[in-house]
Design a protein around this ligand. Structure first.
Ligand SMILES: [Zn+2]
Length: 162
């Protein structure tokens, strides 16, 4: 079973690499990420969170089929933004409100290397943007004001010592 890395691991703040091989090991990685995400009750997980520097993330909201995004690009974002409380499997127990575009268009390839494009809004758009950020080493704490970020991380540091 894959471990999910938590805040402080350097791979979480690094830019991940493009995927070029669509083989068995990629399929196995996706299956193992899916298991880890379900075990920790997440709705999204990016490969760097399991220690793999690859441009891959998965999204699984409620009972919807698992969505796999490889080498993704957000090609359009709505002007309209929305505030929503986010959590992250790499910051267990930390939640706070983040402002992001309400809707995005994303292009990616699936686990067989086949390109697709979707328009997403609501929770799906939110999870996509959060996971996409992980591929560039950007964490949700980087999307809030410096003072809020400092408060959150101080609080998080305190929680970890408990
Ligand atoms: Zn996250």
């Amino acid at each position: 079973m894959l471990n999910i890395l938590t805040y402080g691991e350097s791979i979480l703040t690094e830019k991940a690499n493009e995927i070029t091989e669509f083989d068995q090991s990629l399929q196995r990685l996706i299956e193992e990420m899916h298991e880890a995400m379900q075990r920790d009750h997440g709705i999204g997980l990016a490969a760097p969170q399991v220690g793999t520097s690859k441009r891959l993330f998965i999204v699984g909201i409620d009972d919807e089929p698992l969505r796999v995004f490889i080498n993704p690009h957000i090609v359009a974002s709505s002007q309209e933004t929305t505030e929503l409380e986010e959590g992250c499997l790499s910051f267990p127990g930390l939640y706070f409100t983040v402002v992001r575009p309400l809707a995005v268009d994303i292009e990616a390839v699936d686990m067989h290397g086949k390109p697709f494009r979707i328009s997403a809004d609501g929770l799906l758009a939110r999870v996509i943007q959060h996971e996409y950020d992980h591929l560039d080493g950007i964490l949700f704490v980087d999307r809030v004001s410096p003072s809020k970020r400092k408060r959150a991380l101080t609080h998080y540091g305190r929680m970890l010592k408990m």
